[in-house]
Design a protein around this ligand. Structure first.
Ligand code: NAD
Length: 290
């Protein structure tokens, strides 16, 4: 029998911690501020930006939403980022991904003040994560996965962890967090060129799937009693839904769940954690910038 790791309730607990931290910061005259910059009109990005702003407002964090047209040039976007870098009311800056194709996302990330890079994507923060320097910002989704493992009481020390996916947003930072001192897992990172992925997965006490392929991880890939964290968010057609689609993860949940000791659902697993950890990072920035 597997237990379902409820991301909504763990995220709610993280947000309550944040609420208390906001009160404490405000008592010292600091109102934490987060700016979210959106270029273009991607509907999914608009939903993400909207819910980030709502969560800020709910917690008492100052929220600034900057919506720029899809025709914004890279230089214009970098100018906006630099203005936010210099703005004392703003402690965290997030440029919603993906920007339109004519913009080099890497160049925009490098223009961020790393002390305000609450996504943790700036090279300085990537280095700090590798160096286990806690003053850096950890990318929100893998940080959220670590909180889910902790909340579910999953022991990581000495555990065999397999991370599927090596992106800078999820897979790579996830691997660094799992192998860091205090977490102490033995980590394997698999990716699109890995051979015999099912066999690699079967070694794992902890599987983290961050691929973007609907229901790729099957029951016979997973060892009995393993813990499975499903980061994937994939839309698949479903004519029975009003929207015409439903969301599934990278794990074939119905067949994998009975084999696991614990598993995250999609939706309601990793998803809610990402925003909660963004709030945490914003408060860390506010504390560090003072
Ligand atoms: P990405 O496309 O940047 O990276 C995908 C990774 O999967 C790559 O490293 C690639 O090598 C690997 N991969 C691709 N096909 C593979 C295969 N057949 N076998 C093994 N590895 C393969 O994606 P990402 O940004 O890391 O996101 C991954 C998934 O997580 C997506 O579904 C995304 O929507 C989701 N995601 C969810 C959240 C959240 O808040 N829950 C946040 C970020 C991303």
């Amino acid at each position: 029998m597997s237990s379902v790791i409820d991301g909504k309730s763990v995220a709610a607990a993280v947000l309550e911690e944040c609420r208390a931290e906001v009160t404490e910061l405000k008592s010292r005259g600091i109102t934490p501020g987060l700016a979210v910059v959106l270029v273009g009109e991607d509907p999914a990005s608009q939903v993400y930006v909207g819910s980030k702003a709502r969560t800020c407002i709910d917690l008492g964090i100052y929220s600034r939403k900057i919506e720029l047209p899809a025709t914004t040039t890279q230089d214009e976007l970098i100018t906006v980022v630099r203005e936010l870098n210099a703005d004392p009311a703003i402690h965290g800056i997030l440029v919603q991904s993906p920007p339109p194709k004519h913009i080099d996302e890497e160049a925009v990330i490098r223009a961020l003040d790393p002390r305000k890079d609450v996504d943790g994507f700036h090279p300085e923060n990537v280095a700090k994560l590798a160096l286990e320097d806690k003053t850096g910002f950890v990318p929100c989704t893998p940080a959220g996965c670590m909180r889910l493992l902790a909340a579910a009481g999953v022991p990581t020390a000495g555990a065999e962890a397999v991370v599927i996916g090596r992106s800078m947003i999820v897979g790579k930072p996830m691997a660094l967090l799992l192998m860091a001192k205090g977490s102490d897992a033995t980590v394997t990172v698999a990716h699109s060129r890995s051979k015999d992925l099912p066999a690699i997965c079967r070694r794992a006490d902890i599987v983290i799937a961050a691929v973007g392929r609907p229901e790729m991880v099957k029951a016979d890939w997973v060892k009995d009693g393993a813990v499975v964290i499903d980061v994937g968010i994939n839309r698949i057609e479903d004519p029975s839904k009003k929207s015409g689609y439903r969301l599934v993860g990278d794990v074939a949940y119905a067949e994998v769940a009975p084999k696991c000791s614990a598993i995250t659902p999609v939706p309601g697993g990793v998803g809610p954690m990402t925003i909660a950890l963004l709030m945490k990072n914003t408060l860390q920035a506010a504390r560090q910038l003072g």
